[in-house]
Design a protein around this ligand. Structure first.
Ligand code: NAI
Length: 333
């Protein structure tokens, strides 16, 4: 009880400390889903967000009505599930998060979602390119390795593509990596930073343990840890037993990424997040954010022989996933 009250007070305090000059409209597309709802809740608690715009093909206004009773300063609006509602939702947005799309069931890979999610993401990207071409777009819908290239192709076709403003959200891989390494090493995960590069599925996820606080991890311990980071999502899919994939941890990761972008937009320096980025050919790495999105893409840095093998395997799959996204938009504009 006491802890809950403290948390509440903290949010109150932060909400009042946000100034009007920090006004930011954030849109969530797929807001009534497993990720969309907790993600919207976390954004409602973020004092940097002044206006929260929620869209879903079903249930957006209900989620918005519920969240709008939370006593933080931001406004929350749920839009009607049609083209006009989507347009209004997107208009003037600074950040657009896209968790719309079906999640995995046990036994599925992220690529198995392609057929359904590719057209959902393409259509939402078209609307975003028209209504808010300057917004930062954060793609959560899987397979991220392919859905990010889909968005970029749509934006290119509309003549509004800015690689600095398009992001694939791979933050959850880094969140998992710091948690899992802390469990092995018995440390505080808050102090653990493990760079994870490449893509966001299976072997395309490449943790660089040699650049963490625990470079000496080797042998079976290392192999098990790398495997858990690469396939951590499967643990959740299996445990949910047909009811979907990671939603709560993903919401936290998505909210963290949005918060980093807002901090950078509001003038903070040195804000670094991992993201699946356009700069070096759709390869996730550590990216420094600024007011216009990507400021600096940090190099992968020194890797050991083991990690080089992981990178080689990653690139084989990643290239195929990227091409699949590009080809989809070419064949289905
Ligand atoms: P969900 O099925 O619970 O929610 C998806 C929501 O999208 C539903 O409310 C649905 O009505 C909505 N939707 C479907 N088509 C839409 C459209 N055209 N416009 C607007 N809304 C639409 O799924 P969940 O668990 O929220 O997952 C969403 C996506 O996120 C999945 O593709 C999943 O694979 C992905 N994901 C990504 C992660 C990452 O690390 N990037 C981690 C976990 C999941």
């Amino acid at each position: 009880m006491f802890a809950a009250r403290q948390t509440f007070n903290l949010f109150q305090k932060r909400a009042f400390s946000a100034s009007a000059s920090q006004a930011s409209k954030v849109a969530v597309l797929g807001a009534a889903g497993g990720i969309g709802q907790p993600l919207s809740l976390l954004l409602k608690l973020n004092p940097r967000v002044s206006e929260l715009a929620l869209y879903d093909i079903r249930g957006g206004p209900g989620v918005a009505a519920d969240l709008s009773h939370i006593n933080t300063n931001s406004t929350v609006t749920g839009y009607s599930p049609d083209a006009a509602g989507l347009r209004e939702c997107l208009k003037d947005s600074e950040i657009i998060l896209i968790p719309a799309g079906v999640p995995r069931k046990p036994g599925m890979t992220r690529d198995d979602l392609f057929n359904t999610n590719a057209s959902i993401v393409r259509d939402l990207a078209k609307a975003a390119a028209e209504a808010a071409p300057k917004a930062h777009v954060l793609v959560i819908a899987n397979p991220v390795n392919s859905t990010v290239p889909i968005v970029s192709e749509v934006y290119k076709a509309k003549g509004v593509y800015d690689p600095k403003r398009l992001f694939g959200v791979t933050t959850l891989d880094v969140v998992r990596a710091s948690r899992f390494i802390s469990q092995v090493q018995k440390t505080d995960p808050a102090g653990e930073k493990v760079p994870v590069v490449g893509g966001h599925s299976g072997v395309t996820i490449v943790p660089l343990l040699s650049q963490s606080n625990h470079a000496s991890i080797a042998g079976e311990t290392r192999d098990a840890l790398v495997n858990r980071i690469q396939f951590g999502g499967d643990e959740v899919v299996k445990a949910k037993d047909g009811a979907g994939s990671a939603t709560l941890s993903m919401a936290m990761a998505g909210a963290r990424f949005a918060e980093s972008l807002l901090r950078a937009a509001q003038g903070e320096k040195g804000v670094i997040e991992p993201t699946f980025d356009q700069g070096i050919d759709f390869f996730a790495s550590r990216v420094e954010l600024g007011p216009n999105g990507v400021e600096t893409i940090h190099p992968v840095g020194q890797v050991n022989e083991y990690e080089q093998k992981l990178l080689d395997a990653c690139l084989v799959d990643l290239k195929k996933n990227i091409q699949k996204g590009v080809d989809f938009v070419k064949a289905n504009p």
